[in-house]
Design a protein. Structure first.
Length: 401
C-alpha cells in the first residue's frame, strides 16, 4: 500500500512544479511575476523544512498515520482553489497521440528503477541480490528508451540536448550537489538527535525547521536580490554558506544536542535561498523560452536525484565508517588492557554494558562527523562551476522556483 501510494504521489506530484511555473508565467502580468516568484519560492523551499516539524508533532501527539492524512484536506482545498481561480480550458486530447510515449516509459523506468536500487542496494547487498541486478537492468533499458525518444519523437518528453549548454550543464551539476546537502542534512540531523541526544520526532523536527526561518525572512526581498546581485556572486555565496554550515557540524561530539545545530541550520537556510533560487534563475535563462519548461524539469529532477544519491551514499558510508571507528576504538581499549580490566573490576558487571554503549555512541558520533565533512567538501568542489554562469539580463523576467 505504501509503495502504491508513493507511485501515485510521483505520477501526480511530478507535474506540479512545471505546471505552477507555467501558470505564473502565463497568468500573471509581467510586473507581478516577481511577487508570484517570491510566494511560490517560499512554499517550495519551506515545504521540506516545515514537513519534519509538522510530521513530528502529529506523530508525538496523535499517530504517524496523520502525517499522511493531513494531505487530504490540503489537496481538497487546493483543488477547490484551482477550480475557482483558473479559467476552464478544453482538454486537447489529440495531443496525446503526439506524446513521446517511448521517452515517457523510458524516463519512468530509468528514474524509478535507479532510485529504488540506490535506496535499497545496501540493504540487499548490492549486486549479490538478483533484485538489485534487475533494477539496474531495467534502468539501463529505460535510459536507452529515453535516448531513443530524443531522436524519434517530434516533441521529446524532456530535451536532454539542453545539457550541452555549458551554463545549464554546470547548473545541473550544482543542483545535484545542493540537493544532496539539503536532503542529506534533513535526514542526518534528526537521526543524530534521536540516536545520540535522545530527541523525539517533534524535538528533531523543530531543529530541522530552523533552516526555514531565513528563507521566510528573505523571501520578500528575492526580486530585489535577483535584480541587484551578480548571479555568480550570489550562487558562490550560497554554496559557501552551505559548505560552512556542514563544516560546522564536523565539530559534533557525543554530548552535542539540538543547540549545536542552531547556528549551522540558520546559515543553511540563508545558503539555500541564495543557491537554489539563483540557480533556478540561471537554469531558466540558459535556454530559449520554448525550452524553459524542459530546463525547469531537468533542474528539479537533478535536485531530487541528488537526494536519492545522498541517501544511498549515507547508507553505505554510515555502515562502513561505523565499523571502522568501532574497530579503532576497540583497538585503543585493547592497547590499554590493564586499565580497562581495572575499570571493569571496580564497577562490576554493569561496566561491560556501559563500556559497549560508550563505544557505540562515540563510533556513531564520529561517523556522522565524517558524513557532514563529505557534504562540506562536495559543495566546495562545485563552487568553481559558478565561473560558467552568465549574468542575468537586468530586464529579464524572473523565473519561478
Amino acid at each position: 500500500m505504501m509503495i502504491a501510494g508513493r507511485v501515485g504521489q510521483g505520477l501526480t506530484g511530478g507535474a506540479m512544479i512545471p505546471t505552477a511555473q507555467t501558470i505564473i508565467a502565463t497568468r500573471l502580468p509581467r510586473r507581478q511575476q516577481p511577487i508570484g516568484t517570491a510566494m511560490f519560492g517560499a512554499t517550495a523551499i519551506l515545504g521540506p523544512v516545515v514537513g519534519p516539524f509538522l510530521g513530528g508533532w502529529l506523530t508525538e501527539n496523535f499517530s504517524w498515520h496523520y502525517a499522511f492524512f493531513l494531505n487530504i484536506p490540503i489537496c481538497l482545498a487546493l483543488v477547490a482553489l484551482l477550480v475557482i481561480g483558473l479559467p476552464h480550458q478544453k482538454a486537447r486530447l489529440d495531443l496525446l497521440g503526439q506524446a513521446d510515449w517511448i521517452g515517457i516509459l523510458g524516463l519512468a523506468a530509468f528514474l524509478g528503477a535507479i532510485t529504488i536500487a540506490l535506496e535499497e542496494g545496501q540493504r540487499e547487498q548490492w549486486l549479490s541480490s538478483p533484485f538489485i541486478v534487475w533494477l539496474f537492468v531495467i534502468s539501463a533499458v529505460g535510459l536507452v528508451l529515453l535516448l531513443l525518444g530524443q531522436w524519434t519523437a517530434e516533441r521529446p518528453v524532456i530535451r536532454l540536448a539542453i545539457l550541452l549548454d555549458r551554463q545549464f550543464g554546470s547548473v545541473v551539476v550544482m543542483g545535484v550537489v545542493v540537493g544532496m546537502v539539503i536532503y542529506g542534512t534533513s535526514y542526518m540531523i534528526p537521526q543524530f538527535l534521536a540516536g545520540i541526544a535522545g530527541y523525539n520526532a517533534l524535538q528533531s523536527g523543530t531543529i530541522v525547521t530552523l533552516a526555514g526561518v531565513p528563507s521566510l525572512m528573505l523571501m520578500p526581498f528575492v526580486p530585489l536580490l535577483i535584480r541587484g546581485i551578480d548571479i555568480r556572486v550570489a550562487v558562490a555565496f550560497g554554496l559557501g554558506l552551505l559548505a560552512l554550515s556542514a563544516h560546522m557540524e564536523t565539530g559534533l561530539t557525543a554530548l552535542s544536542s539540538g543547540g549545536s545545530f542552531i547556528d549551522s541550520q540558520l546559515l543553511r537556510g540563508v545558503g539555500t535561498i541564495f543557491a537554489m533560487l539563483f540557480l533556478n534563475q540561471a537554469a531558466i535563462q540558459s535556454v530559449s523560452r520554448e525550452f524553459a519548461s524542459d530546463a525547469a524539469g531537468l533542474f528539479n529532477a537533478a535536485r531530487n536525484l541528488g537526494g536519492s544519491l545522498v541517501l544511498a551514499a549515507i547508507s553505505i558510508l554510515q555502515d562502513q565508517r561505523y565499523w571502522f571507528h568501532s574497530r579503532r576504538l576497540e583497538e585503543a581499549l585493547a592497547a590499554n588492557g590493564d586499565r580497562v580490566q581495572e575499570y571493569l573490576h571496580q564497577n562490576g558487571a554493569s561496566a561491560l554494558h556501559s563500556l559497549a554503549s560508550m563505544i557505540q555512541t562515540q563510533a556513531l558520533t564520529m561517523t556522522y562527523v565524517d558524513l557532514f565533512r563529505v557534504l562540506s567538501v562536495g559543495i566546495v568542489c562545485v563552487i568553481p562551476l559558478v565561473l560558467f554562469l552568465r549574468p542575468l539580463a537586468r530586464n529579464a523576467p524572473l523565473a519561478a522556483h
